[in-house]
Design a protein around this ligand. Sequence first.
Ligand code: SAH
Length: 272
Amino acid sequence: MGTGENSPFIPPYKGEKVHFRATIPSCYNRFMVMENLTAGAEKLGLRLSGNQLALFQIYYEELTDWNQRMNLTSIIEYDKVQINHFLDSLTVILAWQPSANRPNPRVIDIGTGAGVPGIPLKIVFPQIRLALMDSTGKKITFLNHLKQKLVLNDIEVINGRAEELAHQIYRESFDLVLARGLAPMPTLAELTIPFCKIAGKVVAHKKGDIAEEMNQAKRAISTMGGKLIELKPVELTEFPDNRVLVVIEKVAPTPDQYPRGSGLPVKRPITG
Ligand code: SAH
């Protein structure tokens, strides 16, 4: 059996961890095994399998390849993608994890862009039923391509604006609603909470000092039927910039008139 780049089998070199080599396609540089992600994930209590690392590797390759033709992300260095996209996405587990009594929870990522945080979470928890939503068509094209490459089941890619889609079949249908980089909290609350089931959660990635932003969002959160339950700090040395997960529980139905249409959640956010 050969040992060339295209060989289906590469014998281990001295000291190599064999379980990685067995699952990462041989065309990948065998020294590139998502080491930063592996180390960071362990701090979250996650031991990523060889298959999961292979999926993250494929995700990285596709993201950087497509990024040459369309603007998907400004972060493209191998080390930085592992931390700022993949590991950052996985910090959601500090606030939410699938439970045994609900084995296939429905999760939606609103304004998912290139698929974060939804796709990394799906790689770690393949049992979730994931919806990825974005208003930008070219991002949807990438996500459909990525979905095929990763061969993961139960991923729905949805092109449209949250303001409109929240009045359709997606309303109050999800156990977990994710949003990273979508909008300031008052707007984010109006765009996300309507998708959440009663007793479900919204988990939003934020960073820096968000005290004033949270203060401004109180009325929007309660108007949408949400209740702030936690600001969960992300205390990993990988993130020295005060990252925090805003955790909201859905405690009452969202009144029918929300979210408002025509860009109003952005233009005239509910504040105070
Ligand atoms: N979640 C990704 C992308 C953040 S950029 C990340 O963390 O990297 C914000 C994304 O939200 C963009 O892709 C934009 O197209 C999308 N977006 C903004 N407003 C939206 C809306 N009202 N409905 C759906 N998607 C929206």
